[in-house]
Design a protein around this ligand. Structure first.
Ligand SMILES: *[C@@H]1O[C@H](CO)[C@@H](O)[C@H](O)[C@H]1NC(C)=O
Ligand SMILES: *[C@@H]1O[C@H](CO)[C@@H](O)[C@H](O)[C@H]1NC(C)=O
Length: 229
């Protein structure tokens, strides 16, 4: 390449770099700070003039409410809740639970059982699951519950079958449910032999009754035990 061409090219690239740098400086100086947290152009659902500046806590909650509103109004959800209500009504009739019972639901899923107990009139219901579903279900490992001993009157689960360590799972239920309380587990439908197998997991409870039920369109066997020392 000839020398004067080389010099010319160098000049051009210096010129380009200078322009680019100037551009950056100009953008940096004259860019106006955003008026809201979220650029309205990026989010079509964004309300243009929030009252408080950056209320981060408010926004996700509204989204959760909307999402729950949609979920809770579906037929599937309603039917699931009703299937739990049938069981809990029976337990109420048998005096196993009352509206003063403090209930623990393990592996509560989306919270169908929690909602059902709430509709029956219980005011203290704790639903836990590995993945939380606010506001009905909080996050906790059923094998290692973050609760003191003997704080619940009712322990309930419809997911003992899926437990990774069933005996540990039941041990935690027995630990957190108080002496005299009730533990109810629903497992895949089974006969006497199956019920006896499940009861072997219990160390501090006595058998009360077993019955076939339908929960969330599955045929299951409900086993009721009474917590004793
Ligand atoms: C709880 O149940 C009792 C007896 O069924 C009833 O009299 C009472 O009003 C109920 N309490 C609440 C808070 O629902
Ligand atoms: C539940 O149903 C199965 C199949 O029909 C039956 O074998 C079993 O004895 C029933 N269990 C109870 C507790 O009624």
């Amino acid at each position: 390449m000839e020398k004067h061409v080389q010099i010319f090219l160098n000049k051009i690239s210096y010129f380009a770099i200078t322009i680019a740098t100037l551009n950056l400086i100009i953008i940096f100086i004259f860019q106006t700070p955003p008026e809201t947290c979220i650029n309205p152009k990026l989010n079509p659902n964004h309300k243009p003039h929030p009252k408080s500046s950056c209320d981060a806590a408010h926004r996700p909650l509204t989204t959760v409410e909307k999402k729950n509103g949609r979920l809770w109004s579906t037929n599937t959800w309603r039917k699931s809740v009703n299937s739990f209500s049938a069981i809990f009504h029976d337990l109420e009739t048998l005096n196993h639970i009352s509206n003063r019972s403090h209930a623990l639901i393990l592996s509560a899923g989306g919270g169908q059982a929690v909602m059902s107990l709430n509709e029956i009139g219980l005011r203290e219901i704790t639903g836990v699951e590995l993945v939380d579903s606010p506001p009905l279900v909080s996050r906790a490992d059923p094998h290692n519950l973050p609760f003191f001993d003997g704080v619940f009157d009712l322990g309930f689960t419809a997911n003992l079958d899926q437990a990774l360590f069933p005996s540990r799972y039941v041990r935690e239920l027995e630990r957190t449910v108080k002496n005299g309380g009730v533990i109810v587990v629903c497992v895949e439908e089974c006969g006497n032999d199956g019920v006896i197998e499940v009861l072997k997991l219990f160390r501090r409870s006595i058998f009360s009754q077993a019955r076939n039920v339908t929960l969330m369109r599955s045929k299951m066997t409900m086993i009721v035990t009474k917590r004793t020392e």
